[in-house]
Design a protein around this ligand. Structure first.
Ligand code: SIN
Length: 269
């Protein structure tokens, strides 16, 4: 049985049906992985993964990279809890970002499983950093190709969404190329994000800010995005080297619970 694939938008995202993630053959898993690399984010309805099946699926992609700031799910330290309580006005991940870009080897993919959804809202938006890189003018691309940018986990210290400002979890800032090559496919992608990138190497933060702000706005314009509307049992997997994502905080007064596993990646070139 093959995956049935339906593109979500012109540049990013695909809806995959026809197989169950908890009983994938090797061919089914390879099809899933290839679809992830092609579309940046893949969305599978009606999966209802329990924590064990979620962990087993993640391990097929690679080693699990436990997030050091999120609260774990009870009894499952590998799974991060992405919880919004009804009284919260901000949500985890409510700004454009790429998971773990502050690490020397940033997370390859994130696997998000819907556990409890609000009656409306709480969509996750994705923006293709491949489409953004592709649309840069040749002059700007040439300049960015010679640059690296600094990424830091410092923003977790100011978090107001129940994530740990735990001082021992913080690590030294790291540098990644502004335009990376995807480690598996070689496709070029823009790799700076508003949550974790602070400045260009050799530039001050003040000098970097106007160009970084331009790149964030440019890269997240609607034409490069798709929007995932969650349903019970749904699972989404995104490649953090290909897309940024944004959790939409539009369901104030309601609870939402997602389980997230991040899979280890490799240094970026
Ligand atoms: C995140 O991983 O940033 C959270 C995404 C979401 O809850 O929709």
């Amino acid at each position: 049985m093959e995956w049935v694939t339906e593109k979500l938008t012109g540049h990013v995202g695909a809806f995959l049906t026809g197989q169950q993630l908890n009983s994938l053959t090797d061919a089914g898993f390879n099809g899933l992985r290839n679809a992830l690399f092609e579309h940046g984010v893949v969305v599978m309805p009606d999966q209802y993964l329990d924590p064990e099946a979620h962990i087993d699926l993640a391990k097929r992609f690679g080693e699990i990279d436990v997030n050091r700031f999120f609260n774990p799910v009870d009894g499952y330290p590998e799974i991060a809890e992405v919880r919004t309580k009804p009284e919260m006005t901000q949500v985890i991940g409510g700004t454009w970002h790429s998971d773990h870009s502050y690490d020397p080897a940033p997370a390859m993919c994130s696997i998000l499983s819907a556990r409890a959804l609000p009656p409306y809202g709480g969509d996750t938006q994705f923006a293709s950093m491949v489409a953004a890189a592709d649309a840069l003018s040749p002059g700007l691309r040439r300049m960015l190709e010679g640059l690296r940018a600094c990424h830091t986990d410092a923003s977790f210290g100011q978090s107001k969404v129940g994530l740990g400002g735990e001082p021992t979890a913080h690590r030294e800032p790291v540098f990644h190329p502004v335009l990376i090559r995807h480690p598996q496919t070689g496709v070029q992608a823009l790799y700076v994000n508003g949550d974790f990138t602070t400045h260009f190497e050799g530039w001050s933060a003040e000098e970097s800010a106007p160009l970084l702000d331009y790149l964030y706005r440019f890269a997240t314009q609607p034409v490069f995005t798709c929007r995932v509307r969650w349903a019970p049992g749904m699972v989404a997997i995104w490649d953090n080297r290909l897309v940024q994502h944004y959790a939409t905080a539009d369901y104030s007064g309601h609870a939402r619970l997602m389980h997230r596993i991040t899979v280890a990646g490799q240094p970026l070139n």
